[in-house]
Write a protein that binds this ligand. Structure first.
Ligand code: ADP
Length: 380
């Protein structure tokens, strides 16, 4: 029925309004979906049956090293260098077969491991109109798994060495009941030193695993850093005397306040000082210098010892890494000390670094943020 004024009938007007609402709803849905895809850590990419890109989110574009906005409508073969990914998509397009795989991929000089999952795309139960892939960077996950595997292998090996020695010593003592008392005594002393070694190893492994699994478990008390430094120097003075290494300490007259775990900080200083004494030949010297260098406290542990060649300097903070394995063992080392130092210092918001020259000595430097003076407002 024609309306007098020629304007659309109310029913038709309603439909137009509904239509407009519909378009708005669809646009809102689409924008929501795009926002979800855009915020995903996983890369999402969809192509049509002709391999043209229908959609790609930022994460996928980053992983593939391309610009998302410019690649819509382009052929997948032209935009990706990740060959196994392209082949997986092709397989899914051609045979509707989903693929799940991992592939190595070099990007910006980094070697990544990408997990690729592809699926065919259908609307309802209709014909396939393309395929989609989810890409996930699992490099860090795989690296951590490898580190854990190595750690387990190292721990087993490290524990087995003293246990094998103890086993051999005890067996000889049992097999030779007529052994003279002096030799027996020597054997027992060796058993004792191997059990000390085992205990040290287990203590260090437990400390490290606690630091790794619960870095927040460290206490946050206000400490004057001069205290753990003085305690450590006092505790290790007999060892330094026995090895004829002089230890000199230089601390400010005023407190050096840091927020941290007193026991853990004491262990940091112990480990650095113990190493400095251990790796310095008789007649050498070790200097501990504590300074306020706002906004940090800085502790230098300097020795005139054997030093560390440049290519070992970054590795010595890895667990069980020792420049000279036999020498470290002989000196009672576990290869975990510096790893514990690094984890502790980092958990307290600090850093540790080394400077060294082979044959000249080393300086280990710890920087920890100074705690704000009592009464000042907490940091935002
Ligand atoms: P370790 O128990 O073997 O001393 P650490 O983790 O404390 O284990 O140190 C790792 C390695 O770093 C040592 O085995 C040693 O090779 C080297 N190192 C550490 N501190 C020093 C130092 N002050 N001088 C020379 N080498 C050092």
């Amino acid at each position: 029925m024609e309306h007098e004024s020629g304007a659309p009938a109310p029913a038709a007007r309603l439909t137009a309004k509904q239509l407009q609402q519909r378009v708005q709803d669809v646009t809102a849905d689409r924008n929501q979906l795009l926002a979800i895809f855009a915020s995903m850590r996983e890369g999402v990419i969809a192509v049509d049956q002709q391999e043209r890109i229908l959609h790609i989110n930022e994460a996928a574009a980053d992983l593939l090293g391309i610009a998302a906005a410019d690649s819509i409508g382009l052929s997948l073969a032209g935009v990706t260098r990740l060959r196994p990914f392209y082949e997986a998509m092709l397989k899914t397009l051609q045979s509707s077969t989903p693929v799940t795989m991992e592939a190595p991929f070099g990007l910006h000089g980094r070697e990544l491991t990408i997990e690729i999952t592809t699926r065919p795309l259908h609307v309802g139960g209709g014909a396939q109109f393309g395929a989609m892939a989810v890409l996930y960077d699992v490099s860090e996950l795989r690296r951590l798994e490898a580190v854990r595997r190595d750690f387990l292998a190292n721990v087993s090996h490290e524990l087995k060495t003293p246990l094998t020695a103890i086993h051999g010593l005890v067996e000889t003592l049992i097999d030779e009941p007529d052994m003279d008392r002096a030799t027996q005594g020597r054997f027992l002393l060796k058993v004792q030193s191997q059990t000390v070694r085992l205990t040290n190893l287990i203590t260090d492994i437990l400390a490290l695993s606690r630091l790794e699994s619960q870095p927040d478990s460290l206490r946050q008390e206000l400490i004057d850093l001069r205290d753990p430094v003085a305690e450590s120097v006092q505790a290790l003075a007999p060892m330094a005397d026995a090895r004829e290494v002089s230890v000199n300490i230089q601390v400010p007259d005023t407190p050096v306040p840091v927020a941290g775990d007193r026991e853990a900080l004491r262990q940091v200083v112990d480990n650095l000082l113990d190493n400095a004494i251990k790796y310095t030949p008789a007649g050498g010297r070790v200097d501990l210098r504590l300074v306020l260098d706002a906004p940090d406290a800085q502790l230098d542990v300097e020795d005139t010892g054997i030093g560390i060649e440049p290519h070992f300097q970054s590795r010595i903070f890895e667990r069980f890494y020792r420049v000279d394995r036999a020498r470290s063992r002989e000196l009672g080392g576990t290869g975990l000390g510096l790893s514990i130092v690094r984890h502790t210092v980092m958990a307290m918001g600090g850093q540790v670094a080394v400077q060294s020259m082979r044959g000249r000595g080393s300086v280990f430097q710890v920087r920890l943020p100074l705690a704000p003076p009592a009464g000042s407002p907490p940091k935002a």
